[in-house]
Design a protein around this ligand. Structure first.
Ligand code: GLN
Length: 447
């Protein structure tokens, strides 16, 4: 703990942590030291964990990177976090993120952006940028993030660490502040596939406090040390020919495909003509869900309350106007629009149908293949401010990650880098529902 505390102090400029629980973590470490000596310590004894600022941790602040929740403290602990604590993990602090997990660069946070440790002029990705940098820069052993449309995998790719988004419903969402409830997943940032497997094993399972959590029993995710198994992998022709794909990313991706092939796996190109529909479907459905989820922040029940209001309606309006940042306000408006009576069928219902088609088609591919492989993001980590002028450009960066999110499938960022530029470039594999173990095992093999 002391080691991590001094690293956090030395690297404050990265702005990865919003809050650090210095004394509390040291106290807990002492308790756990004692347990270790007595021989009754949990599986995560001594593991130091940072958590994204959208996960509840009782009596600690929860702000979702937003002004609207300033001053709010959690009343209970998220199930996933509690399960780590029960195994004697030490929570060291709260990690920066895009406001309400809406963003791909960590630039929408009310606390300012987190910086990529590999190059401080570049973004760490988002929305779980702080969680990615915390592991990248050695500020904690592992961290938790959340992934609605890529927020674990893309920042993991930008920071060259492992990022796992499990199957939707595998880990309870109780205590996770909702962005888009039918997409949100808790995921992990680690230095190895083995660490991701261990965390997943501990956090998975049915939870009576989350009715959408899966009742299927969690597997023993421990990875085989050596395996002779080879895999059948599909890559999407449309992804490789995507106009937004940078040459640096294409190089790393093609090299990886060749390496995987040489190792005895079968790698085939397939057509996926639904690729152009992924982003519109994702952004219609998630903004719809967000506009509904975020209606609870009314200036009465949580966090910020405007002192400029003369009546209740003004109180709602002013509190929300003052509390929410521009990206969140835009998404609330978009979501309200697609849910409004006049446009509900044209946008929301149509997007639901598109989601079904995308899922069916993707599952069909996964009947024949073990994994779908794509670059995690179409570009290397970009410069701070670079994509802020044109929001569409920012959204286009999610083109490869949203497929697994729309389908609820497990998906993994395998860390690589471009040898010439020295910048991180992730490769993503997406697998069959609940087959996280295969995903991690293969990730290890392909890396
Ligand atoms: N970048 C995507 C978005 O802005 C994904 C965010 C996420 O997964 N939380 O919606």
């Amino acid at each position: 703990v002391k080691h991590y505390l001094s690293s956090i102090n030395e690297q404050k400029h990265l702005n990865a942590f919003i809050e650090v629980f210095e004394e509390e973590a040291i106290e807990r470490a002492k308790e756990i030291d004692l347990k270790i000596r007595e021989g009754n310590a949990g599986k995560l004894a001594g593991v130091v964990v940072g958590i994204k600022d959208v996960l509840c941790y009782k009596d600690h602040s929860l702000t979702c990177g937003s002004g609207i929740l300033k001053g709010f403290k959690s009343l209970y602990t998220a199930t996933a976090v509690q399960k780590l604590i029960d195994e004697d993990a030490i929570i060291i602090g709260i990690l920066n993120c895009d406001e309400f997990a809406m963003g791909s660069s960590n630039e929408t946070s009310v606390y300012g952006p987190t910086l990529n440790a590999v190059d401080n002029e570049r973004v760490p990705g988002g929305s779980s940028g702080g969680s990615a940098v915390a592991v990248q820069a050695g500020l904690c052993t592992v961290s938790l993030g959340t992934d609605t449309g890529g927020s674990v995998r893309q920042p993991a790719g930008f920071c060259e660490v492992w990022g796992l988004k499990p199957t939707y419903s595998r880990i309870s969402r109780y205590g996770l502040a909702s962005y888009a409830s039918s997409f949100d997943c808790i995921g992990t940032f680690t230095n190895s596939a083995e660490d991701a497997a261990l965390l997943l094993e501990i956090m998975s399972g049915e939870d009576e406090k989350d009715s959408t959590s899966s009742s299927s029993a969690p597997e023993n995710y421990q990875l085989e040390e050596s395996t002779t198994k080879t895999y059948k992998v599909a890559y999407l022709a449309e992804a490789l020919n995507h106009e937004g794909l940078s040459p640096q990313v294409r190089d790393v991706f093609q090299e990886t495909l060749s390496k995987i092939k040489e190792a005895g796996n079968q790698v085939e190109e397939i057509k996926f003509d639904l690729l152009p529909y992924l982003l519109p479907t994702y952004y219609i459905l998630t903004t719809a869900e967000a506009s509904s989820n975020l209606s609870r922040y009314d200036g009465v029940r949580y966090g910020h309350r405007s002192d400029q209001a003369e009546n209740p309606e003004m109180l709602y309006k002013k509190s929300r106007t003052e509390g929410f940042g521009p990206e969140v306000q835009k998404r609330i408006m978009l979501g309200t629009f697609v849910l409004s009576a006049d446009y509900f069928d044209a946008y929301y219902v149509k997007a639901l149908k598109a989601r079904k088609l995308i899922r069916n088609k993707t599952l069909e591919i996964l009947k024949e293949y073990d994994f779908i492989i794509t670059p995690t993001a179409p570009t290397e980590p970009f410069k701070l401010g670079e994509k802020n002028k044109d929001q569409m450009e920012m959204y286009l960066g999610d083109v490869f990650t949203v497929q697994a999110s729309l389908c609820g499938l497990p998906s993994l960022n395998i860390p690589f880098s471009n040898k010439k530029s020295g910048l991180p470039v992730g490769v993503q594999i997406t697998g069959k529902p609940f087959k996280e173990k295969d995903l991690l095992q293969a990730g290890n093999f392909f890396s």
